[in-house]
Design a protein around this ligand. Structure first.
Ligand code: FAD
Length: 574
């Protein structure tokens, strides 16, 4: 008998949150604020698992002034192919402005100020999550650490009614019946070892689709970040100070465009040979170096370990896939509650598509975290209200699990698959720059063919003798499934838009300004979905002058046209 069928922990609650990052923590608090009983199940330890705890991500905490918020909304609007929705941005910015400062209050810190406005700097991801964990416990929320969810439970009407998973340390299964579930299990980085991302294997995407959910934005999942070779340090802001050289020490020009690093240009250089970086542009003053170390201490950890001073010694760099973590793509949101197409199922953070505020572009340096905070709060509250609406029936429902691949042994199957082998097979299609960044119809079809074969492989009996094996078998299935959705949607988008680059369709096609909903398990499907707003025209720069008058001071404030670094001064490091 597999571990999954043993007697385990059983809980009945109002709202179950799957995940343990900021989106999950905010969702849990928002649900508890509504008076709901809340259980959070995290694959790792809530406080240190996931992308945020490891990476220290800024959010956009911006006062409600058009002059300050418009630059944020427009900063990547065109880069994301005009797929973001300004109405969503407004809600997310309002929520983030209200909620993010509470971290300082809960942690007992003074709120830092910059130019007379709250700056919200100085807290690392792990510190923020430590504070949030305490707040969750103080609010009476039950936390199940080291307890990956493996499948969703649905009632006889197909509404989501809980989940089932495994407690790794107790080596036993858990079942939580709930009125509603929020999926906040992060994105999918295909186990590339990007910073904090190896827990994020697309489990939530697979669970959602198995329950009848749909995904969106999966074609925008090819996000890569720079990292020193042999490290997982994918923090990339400081490369704006870099000079790049090749093996022979010759400077490589053209790796950034309009002040932004060009991933395609770096990828092309890497495909030619080794690339090195030296952080020597305007960093020679010791105060500057000290300030950089203070603002992102983790960036230097690997380099210090290698004995490299990045301001005077060049170091070899590579591109590491961050997938939907800093790309986009996730559960399709179908209403203002962060609800999915399935009753009782909500999604938040990287588990949900982030097209609504990032479009088809990366949301690093602020928009992603703003989405995690905003969507977490929206989904948590909505899940609690949904459960309240069910009344007594919520806990009386008959439920059954809907997990399949990597979890269930088909009748009579005795052959098991090697999960590690499957993971390597998926990575061979997803990690290479020439396959995922520079896409073509031929290349995508060839990859899909291999991924389809891996999908057949994970239909065999999974190895489940230990909790670790059970988790890994299921993760392998989720990685294959997520890869197939990413490339299937990529095949359908016959243009270059946002992060999705097609060598065979190098131009943006105005007729393809739509989202691509994608789903299916054995047989995949894809269909266009309209964007809720017509393209919002970019404001003319003069519109921003009024803020200087408003604040009654002469120094420049953030403008749409200001350098990116200056605009990111407003990014929040919570
Ligand atoms: C290096 C790096 C730098 C970044 N910098 C920025 C930045 O400056 N600004 C910005 O806006 N964004 C940034 N991002 C992105 C940002 O970190 C994410 O958007 C954010 O962490 C999303 O929060 P989340 O809670 O959805 O996911 P995560 O923080 O990744 O948390 C996901 C959680 O889900 C859990 N989980 C996964 N699977 C399961 C399962 N089956 N069952 C239970 N739990 C599960 C994980 O253990 C984890 O706790 C950065 C990302 C990286 C990698």
């Amino acid at each position: 008998m597999s571990k999954l069928h043993e007697q385990g922990l059983e809980i009945s609650t109002d709202v179950l949150i799957v995940g343990g990052g900021p989106a999950a923590a905010w969702a849990a608090l928002a649900a508890a604020e509504q008076g709901a009983r809340v259980v959070v199940a995290d694959k790792g330890y809530l406080g240190s698992s996931g992308a945020f705890a490891a990476s220290t991500s800024g959010a956009k905490v911006i006062p409600p002034l058009k002059e300050l918020r418009d630059p944020v909304k427009f900063e990547r609007y065109a880069l994301g192919g005009h797929l973001a929705v300004h109405g969503w941005w407004d809600r997310l910015l309002d929520i983030t402005y209200e909620k993010a400062p509470k971290i300082y209050e809960w942690g007992g810190y003074d709120q830092p100020m910059l130019n007379g406005l709250p700056a919200y700097r100085g807290l690392q991801g792990s510190e923020t999550m430590r504070i949030m964990r305490k707040e969750l416990l103080r609010s009476g929320i039950t936390i199940l650490d080291q307890s990956p969810a493996l499948e969703l439970l649905v009632d006889d009407d197909g509404a989501v009614a809980g989940a089932r998973g495994i407690q790794r340390q107790e080596d036993r299964p858990w079942t939580v019946k709930a009125g509603a579930v929020v999926l906040a299990s992060g994105g999918c980085a295909w186990m590339s070892k990007a910073l904090g991302c190896n827990t994020n294997t697309g489990d939530g995407l697979l669970m959602a689709v198995e329950a009848g959910g749909e995904l969106s934005g999966m074609e925008f999942s090819g996000h890569y970040s720079l990292a020193p070779v042999n490290s997982s340090m994918t923090k990339s802001a400081f490369y704006r100070y870099a000079t790049y050289t090749d093996e022979a020490g010759q400077e490589i020009e053209g790796l950034s465009k309009n002040g932004h690093r060009s991933t395609s240009a770096v990828a092309k250089a890497l495909l030619r040979g080794p690339v090195y970086a030296l952080l020597n542009k305007g960093t020679d003053h010791p105060d500057v170096q000290r300030m950089l170390r203070l603002s992102q201490p983790n960036f230097f950890a690997a380099l210090d370990r290698f004995g490299v001073d990045p301001f005077t010694q060049r170091f070899q760099i590579t591109l590491v896939l961050e997938g939907t973590v800093r790309g986009t793509g996730g559960v399709r949101i179908v209403n203002e509650d962060c609800g999915s197409t399935v009753t009782g199922l909500y999604a938040a953070g990287d588990a949900a598509t982030r097209e609504l505020n990032c479009g088809g572009f990366t949301g690093g340096a602020g928009p992603n975290m703003t989405w995690a905070i905003g969507s977490g709060n929206i989904a948590g509250k909505a899940a609690a209200l949904h459960t309240r609406g069910l009344g007594e029936t919520a806990s009386q429902r008959r439920v059954h699990g809907v997990g399949g691949a990597g979890l269930i042994s088909p009748a009579g199957a005795s052959v098991s698959y090697d999960a590690n082998e499957v993971v390597r097979g998926v990575q061979a299609e997803m990690l290479p720059l020439d396959k995922n960044i520079f896409r073509t119809e031929t290349g995508l079809l060839a990859s899909l063919d291999k991924l389809d074969r891996l999908w057949s492989e994970v239909q065999k009996a999974p190895q489940q003798n230990t909790a670790q094996q059970t988790q890994r078998s299921r993760e392998a299935a989720a990685l294959v499934a997520s890869a197939r959705w990413a490339y299937f949607a990529g095949l359908e988008r016959k243009e270059t838009r946002g992060m999705h680059k097609r060598l065979d369709y190098p131009q943006l096609d105005p007729n393809q300004r739509h989202y691509l909903a994608v789903g299916g398990l054995d047989k995949l499907w894809v269909r266009p979905e309209p964007v809720a707003e017509p393209i919002v025209p970019e404001p003319v720069e003069e519109e921003f002058d009024s803020l200087e008058k408003l604040l009654g001071r002469a120094e420049p404030v953030i403008r749409a046209a200001a350098p990116r670094a200056a605009r990111e001064e407003r990014a929040v490091l919570v």
